[in-house]
Design a protein around this ligand. Structure first.
Ligand code: A5P
Length: 226
């Protein structure tokens, strides 16, 4: 954990260099981006005038604590800082482990620059290696039909539940199917195919370009990719 914090601090230093007065941040969700935002705010100070659009209540709380002003989304952000559940060799991503994939993709596809921060074990040759599944956000009334179509597309969907078995709802009032696929050689095609199923609000494969990935190594160092 201390090493991870050290890597986050180094990455925050790099990202802070990209932030000027007036830069509008896109605030992704998850524990990694929370750590990086805390470090950026410590580095620049709470009076730096940081402003951002949040993708979830989780990161909204982190932003408030860190003195980042929350701003309404007007269609563009300058720099998205986000995490990921998996990255492949082409820097395509699986996201949505925290259920925030829809707003995350909205911001990421509206950003001038994208920075993804993830620990080394999340980097794989192909998406869905090591059994990592693809979250798919679905409008509740469509869930059974979508489930069948995902099976037809070679997927193994399982509805996400809360720990005690209650249904899980996203902040948009939708459900999530976590879908197992065999490792993906062409993730963009699966992203497109799944997105076209009526009732799917968003798919957790992100083939968004260009982006810069920051890999946090176990020894506290980090690499910048590509
Ligand atoms: C939120 O829905 C996700 O896309 C997160 O960005 C992703 O799950 C990474 O989260 P951690 O940084 O907590 O692993």
């Amino acid at each position: 954990m201390e090493k991870q914090r050290a890597a986050a601090r180094g990455i925050a230093e790099e990202l802070a260099g990209k932030i000027r007065g007036g830069t509008l941040l896109g605030l992704g969700s998850g524990s990694t981006v929370a750590m990086v935002l805390e470090e950026i705010s410590l580095r620049l100070g709470k009076d730096a005038g940081l402003r951002g659009v949040p993708t979830s209540a989780q990161i909204e709380a982190v932003a408030v604590r860190s003195g980042i002003e929350l701003v309404r989304f007007n269609g563009r952000v300058d720099l998205v800082i986000d995490g990921a559940d998996q990255l492949d060799e082409g820097l395509r991503l699986i996201k949505g482990g925290g259920g925030a994939l829809l707003k995350e993709k909205v911001l990421m596809t509206s950003a001038s620059e994208v920075a993804i921060v993830a620990s080394a074990e999340k980097f794989a040759r192909r998406l869905c290696d090591n059994g990592v599944r693809v979250p798919v956000e679905v409008v509740p009334m469509a869930v059974e039909g979508v489930r069948a179509k995902l099976r037809g597309a070679g997927g193994r969907p399982e509805e996400r539940l809360l720990p005690k078995g209650y249904p899980y709802f996203t902040e948009n009032g939708n459900v999530i199917l976590d879908v197992g696929f065999d490792p993906l050689d062409r993730p963009e095609e699966v992203e497109r195919e799944v997105k076209l199923i009526t009732g799917v609000a968003e798919v957790g494969i992100f083939s968004v370009k260009p982006l810069t990935a920051y890999r946090m190594n176990e020894d506290g160092s980090f690499d910048v990719l590509p």
